[in-house]
Design a protein around this ligand. Sequence first.
Ligand code: IPD
Ligand code: CA
Ligand code: CA
Ligand code: CA
Length: 267
Amino acid sequence: MNMKNELLKTAIEFAKDAGQLILENTTQSNSIKQKLNHADLVTEVDQLSEALLRDRIKTMYPDHWILSEEANGQANPFEIIKQKKSGIGWVIDPIDGTTNFIHRIPHFAVSIGIVQNGVLIAGVVYNPFTTDLYYAAKGEGAFYNETPIQVSNEREIEEAVLATGYPSKEWKENSTVVKQIDALTGKCRSIRLLGASSLDLCFVAKGLLSGFWHDELNPWDTAAGLLILREAGGKVTTRFGELFNLEDRTLVASNGFIHHSLLDILK
Ligand code: IPD
Ligand code: CA
Ligand code: CA
Ligand code: CA
């Protein structure tokens, strides 16, 4: 097995272990703390999941770097990604979809992306509640559980079911996303706000959604899903149509066919 596949296999094991820990520690009274505002939250379970993942990685790969939400959240993650252009690194969201987790909506995931010399080489998104597992290694296709997945076939924006989400900083009236939803209303088939960006990207990869857009995501929200979606044949750019990378702050993802129309409307 080559190194990329070894790392993917290990990342899947770690994601499942973290998922198990999340389930074991879920109670109705998990302590919840506010970060930026009343809509930006962290629980002790996010921290437990992160500690397990960081621990496992440091023990097995002491020379790999790690970027994860709760440990690195205070620093500028985009600056960190810019500086980490060599070596192997793990970009981790210990629970993507914390609000869903807190409200016991079974739509959240452990997300792990692995980067080598600035290039994504493996990605895993695991929902412990449903046991849905999405993964990809660069150049080897994307999988849902054991099955290869591909993006959907919708060619027209009229047929598209899209998803988006609120950047934590934009939880207010007249935000950009509200205007964008308004601009798409009546043009696409429907719009969903599912609350876990890593899974949203995987839903596009599996052909459940035709597209997804979101501003101000962090690298840990996108790293794994980005590779999985590209490996499933999808397209991911900035809102300005440039190839998306982990340093970018606007993301537009799709099955490829509707990409231009979507970009046009979101402009
Ligand atoms: C959040 C989710 C959500 C997105 C938010 C993110 P978190 O991540 O990905 O879908 O709309 O902007 O912050 O905080 O639950 O890990
Ligand atoms: Ca968060
Ligand atoms: Ca997240
Ligand atoms: Ca998180």
